[in-house]
Design a protein around this ligand. Structure first.
Ligand code: TMP
Length: 209
């Protein structure tokens, strides 16, 4: 059985990940691919418990290094018990955030050393990386305005504008370094135009898979 492809979606808050992930799922299913949707932090019982600790407010003073390690703890479980088995079964895995989010939020946002993140990445993932990453990019003010219309802010959403500017810049830097894997989509445009870009980015993948 040919292994499936590993597709991740990234972006700051309010970039429109949920609706665009549903759209990508629909495109893949329409072309006959088996798809598994999942998210980080989360995706497994342990990961979802860690997500509650990471996003909730019961540990508002969490150290940035503890935050980093919990992200990778959730990821280790997620890869072993959910992502890798699905890929081996030949499924396409669409993951709402993955390690690029750690480089962007803990590296860019929290100013933790990306060399340390890279060591943890290798420990947890070995050589495994997403086959395709769609970065939904838009100005921070626009994203926060959209996100602000949703429920009460979580521990990350409470951060200030300059935090998200660093997150966005880190994401764009990752895309600049790895343009083959990371495709930047302009998420400030109306939804139909964003979807059109996603269709274009996925097309060669669907053809070659
Ligand atoms: P969301 O995926 O529902 O938008 O929320 C997850 C939050 O967790 C988001 O603010 C980004 C943050 N996050 C990190 O800081 N580092 C990570 O490695 C991941 C996966 C998420």
């Amino acid at each position: 059985m040919k292994p499936g492809s590993f597709v991740t979606f990234e972006g700051i808050e309010g970039a429109g990940k949920s609706s665009n992930i549903s759209y990508a799922e629909m495109l893949l299913k329409n072309s006959g691919k088996p798809v598994m949707l999942t998210r980080e932090p989360g995706g497994t019982p342990l990961g979802e418990s860690l997500r509650e600790l990471l996003l909730g407010h019961q540990h508002d003073g969490m150290s940035f290094k503890a935050e980093l390690l919990l992200m990778f703890a959730a990821r280790a479980q997620h890869l072993q018990s959910k992502i890798l088995p699905a890929l081996e079964r030949g499924e396409w895995v669409i993951c709402d955030r993955f390690t690029d989010a750690t480089y962007a939020y803990q590296g860019g946002g929290r100013n933790l050393d990306s060399a340390v993140i890279s060591v943890l990445e290798t420990l947890v993932q070995g050589e495994r990386r997403p086959d395709l990453t769609i970065l939904l990019d838009l100005p921070v003010e626009m994203g926060l305005e959209r996100a602000g219309q949703r429920s009460a802010p979580d521990r990350f959403e409470k951060e200030k504008l300059d935090f998200f500017e660093r997150v966005r810049a880190a994401y764009l830097q990752i895309a600049g370094k790895d343009p083959q894997r990371v495709k930047v989509v302009d998420a400030s445009l109306p939804l139909e135009q964003v979807q059109q870009q996603i269709k274009v980015v996925l097309a060669p993948f669907l053809e070659s898979a």
